[in-house]
Design a protein around this ligand. Sequence first.
Ligand code: ADP
Length: 205
Amino acid sequence: MEIELTKRQLDILEIVKKEKTITGEKIAKIIGITRSALRTDLQVLTKLGYLDSKTKVGYVISQSLKSYNKDDIGKKIVSDVMSGAVIIDEKESLHSAIIKIFLEDVGSIFVTGEKGLSGVISRKDLVKAMMGGTDLNSVPVSMIMTRMPNIVYISEDTSVSDAVQKLIIHEIDALPVTKTDKDIISVIGRFTKTNATKLFAEIIY
Ligand code: ADP
């Protein structure tokens, strides 16, 4: 049977995860309530096997929760962890693409045309063009991007394990997450190495 945790109980778990070991007093202080107001939540979390209480040391995430997390991650799908889409129209200049990469703080941008997703342009693609002396203001993104049908993309319900495997096999940093409707491939998000690293952090916490 699964018991839904309250917002405060989930907050407590996040705090313990972050601090690794923490006393009840310190948790109470971070949340901004008294130690006695926290007592029931700590008892519930310990009883349910989320936390272990160690005398004199405080609370730690229980071993059983760690393995629970691992199983849980295997069941996750891309929509649980993906980041927002960063796209550029294929007619835009390379200069605009560089500006977007800086402003959005990403390593690659997905390119769209009339039929939706049409390509990907990465940092290295742009550096290569610059080294070749390409005029950044007059050359459109479509000239140098990696283009369809060579783009590897996934959908929202792809499992995270399939998505991670695609990143590794194709040696790329990001995958467009797409929805196809009447031949138009819309980009609705991105799955990146950062998303994958965060999942890994959840396991090794
Ligand atoms: P960088 O080139 O900055 O290291 P990537 O490793 O993501 O970034 O990209 C490597 C090459 O693969 C680039 O030429 C890029 O255009 C291309 N690429 C990136 N993402 C994809 C993708 N999802 N599908 C196909 N090709 C991609």
